[in-house]
Design a protein around this ligand. Structure first.
Ligand SMILES: [Zn+2]
Length: 151
């Protein structure tokens, strides 16, 4: 087994690429909603599967064992729904049975007035130091494939 670090996918442009996939697929997901599936997670699972299969093929892998994901607190992704969707669409591909290893990235903001960095909880965006409400989001909106474990 070897670990492929998805450097291409770790940068900003790749994240945008990932989101592009998700949006495109969400538009095609009418059929899924009529079957009662969650469209958001299904579209994300499709994006993850495509990226993983492309990357594994480029690296001449035979089987994908594990997929490492970085998912921000604010991305609104439900772990169980994502795992369920992924299991369903990965069947009969080389990613069948692959484990999704999900690392949650905390939602962190920096205050524009005093510069304090803080963890945003319960969508409370006010600075705890100076109570100012103008902040920059530093992390928490990620949806990225970080690595693949392959044979
Ligand atoms: Zn502040």
């Amino acid at each position: 087994m070897s670990k492929l670090l998805c450097r291409i996918l770790g940068c900003r442009s790749a994240a945008a690429f990932f989101l592009f996939y998700c949006e495109k697929l969400a538009n095609q997901a009418d059929e899924l909603t009529s079957r009662g599936m969650d469209m958001h997670e299904m579209a994300i699972a499709e994006g993850i599967l495509r990226i993983a299969l492309d990357y594994a093929e480029q690296n001449e892998a035979k089987k994908i064992r594990e997929i490492g994901l970085l998912i921000g607190e604010m991305s609104g992704v439900e772990t169980e729904a994502l795992e369920f969707s992924f299991r369903m669409i990965a069947a009969e591909t080389m990613a069948e049975g692959a484990k999704l290893s999900i690392k949650r990235i905390p939602l962190v903001g920096r205050c524009g007035t005093c510069g304090r960095e803080f963890h945003i909880e319960h969508y409370d965006f006010w600075c705890p130091e100076c109570k100012d409400g103008v902040l920059t989001l530093l992390s928490g909106r990620e949806m990225q494939v970080e690595y693949l474990e392959v044979d």
